[in-house]
Design a protein around this ligand. Structure first.
Ligand SMILES: Cc1cc2nc3c(=O)[nH]c(=O)nc-3n(C[C@H](O)[C@H](O)[C@H](O)COP(=O)(O)OP(=O)(O)OC[C@H]3O[C@@H](n4cnc5c(N)ncnc54)[C@H](O)[C@@H]3O)c2cc1C
Length: 421
């Protein structure tokens, strides 16, 4: 497959825009197709926590998680909630999700695969940000995990596996943590700092800047919703959109949680589900953490962004169309108040912003990166779940390598769409 092809990239989230930059670098002509603004609020890439955590290699499902499913169904405000009305539709995905984490060995396979995808991601993002003229949006100064006790950390399979895949960290006693984080609630008595990790100070602005950089480099943005792909035998002819066809030589499906219909149009039925997530953001907060941190009990990340202090996380399984349950964002706000008691409870509502969006999630926690079954003109790049911002940098490079028929820089077996087909 030669360079210089016309590549249509469906979706201008983090994965789509970085794929566009890398495809341009390889000499392709690029059209980005997205009805929305790149980096806009419709995309998961806008409202995520902004962690560039190259150590986030543990998939969401771990051994024994099935025991918690009744709780997920009973508590609509828990860290993982499944809406009853959506259960029948979610069931096939949920079964695959539970099975993928059934044994420690399966989780370990995913951890090694994700490590390959995420390693060096903060550096890759920093280089992209420099290229796009927004270096200040990517910081490489580590992140902190805080735990109520050392036992919570010691008993966690995830940290044992992180060690195995080569992640290193610094452990903090209660006193050391207090020195670093004087305003954090004293119930947190143990901390871990992962110095290799980084963070993004405004994920939406970062994606918008990358899209502008791609456009300055020759990419075209067509505002349209793609509805399918048209093949003639194994040759791609066009991307179908609500506004007509866009003829092209190759296409990349990077439409996040809405990629399923597109792959189905060429016969690939893939188990993509949305793990809905929320954020709450306090503008000009009176206090907060010194570092970017994840609280193990609240299952949320607290990160400073250029727009304010953002707390993001938790999972709700309720499909793409159901209305948001804003009480879930209120829970994040209350966790934030409880983590930082000096934050006043009477912050005016105008200073508190909420958002909800869709993580594009495969049941085994690994994205789909590879060719469509019927044509090597179609490359899939979606399903990054909880690690789509950090994982987008290497994914974009892999997409460009696949478009050019080159050997990918990491083994793509664990990410092959065929694992579900
Ligand atoms: C609360 C929360 C916190 C998170 N925290 C982190 C974090 O700290 N670090 C991290 O790495 N990841 C995090 N994630 C995950 C991360 O945000 C996602 O994995 C990532 O943004 C997915 O990027 P994407 O480009 O695949 O999809 P998206 O960003 O969702 O972009 C998809 C784009 O496709 C477009 N589109 C959809 N359908 C069509 C169509 N038919 N035709 C054309 N265009 C279409 C959409 O308009 C959208 O712009 C978090 C997610 C959430 C929800």
């Amino acid at each position: 497959m030669a360079a210089g092809r016309h590549v249509a990239i469906i979706g201008a989230g983090a994965v789509g825009v970085i794929s566009a930059i890398e495809a341009l670098r390889e000499g392709h002509r690029v059209t980005l197709i997205d009805p929305g603004e790149p980096g806009g609020e419709q995309a998961a890439s806008y409202g995520n926590a902004g962690w560039l955590s190259s150590h986030s290699v543990i998939p969401p499902a771990e051994p024994g998680i099935w025991k918690k499913v009744p709780g997920y169904l009973m508590d609509p405000l828990g860290p993982l909630a499944i809406r009853w009305s959506y259960l029948p539709k979610a069931l096939p995905w949920l079964i695959k999700y539970l099975l993928s984490g059934w044994t420690a060995a399966r989780v370990e396979t995913t951890a090694f695969a994700l490590r390959g995808l995420l390693k060096d991601a903060p550096l890759l993002h920093r280089k992209l940000a420099e290229e796009a003229g927004v270096p200040e949006l990517i910081e490489r100064n580590g992140v902190m995990h805080v735990f109520p006790s050392r036992g919570n950390f010691d008993n966690d399979l995830g940290w044992r596996l992180r060690k195995k895949v080569g992640v290193e960290w610094l452990e903090l006693s209660a006193d050391e943590m207090r020195q670093r984080e004087p305003d954090l609630h004293p119930r947190y008595t143990f901390g871990v700092v992962v110095e290799e990790a980084g963070r993004c100070r405004d994920p939406g602005a970062y994606v918008a800047a990358l899209a502008n950089h791609a456009i300055a480099g020759g990419a075209k943005h067509v505002r349209a919703k793609a509805t399918g792909l048209r093949l003639d035998g194994d040759k791609l002819m066009a991307v179908l959109t609500e506004n007509g066809e866009i003829p092209c030589d190759a296409a990349v499906v990077a439409a996040g949680a809405r990629s399923k219909q597109l792959t189905a149009s060429v016969g690939d039925s893939l188990p993509l589900e949305t793990e809905r997530g929320y954020h709450v953001m306090i503008e000009n907060p009176e206090t907060g953490p010194r570092s970017s941190m994840m609280a193990s009990d609240a299952k949320m990340v607290v990160n400073w962004t250029n727009k304010g202090l953002r707390a993001a996380g938790t999972v709700e399984i309720a499909g793409l169309e159901a209305a948001p349950n804003w009480k879930r964002a209120e829970i994040l706000r209350d966790h934030l108040f409880s983590m930082f008691p000096k934050l006043p409870r009477d912050i005016p509502a105008a200073r508190i912003k909420t958002w909800f969006g869709h993580r594009p999630s495969m049941p085994d926690g690994r994205p789909c990166i590879g060719y469509a079954r019927r044509s090597r003109d179609i490359v899939y790049a979606f399903g990054h779940g909880h690690v789509g911002l950090v994982g987008s940098a290497r994914t974009g490079r892999l997409v460009a390598q696949l478009l050019g028929g080159k050997t990918p820089e990491i083994p793509l077996g664990p990410f092959a769409p065929e694992r579900f087909l």
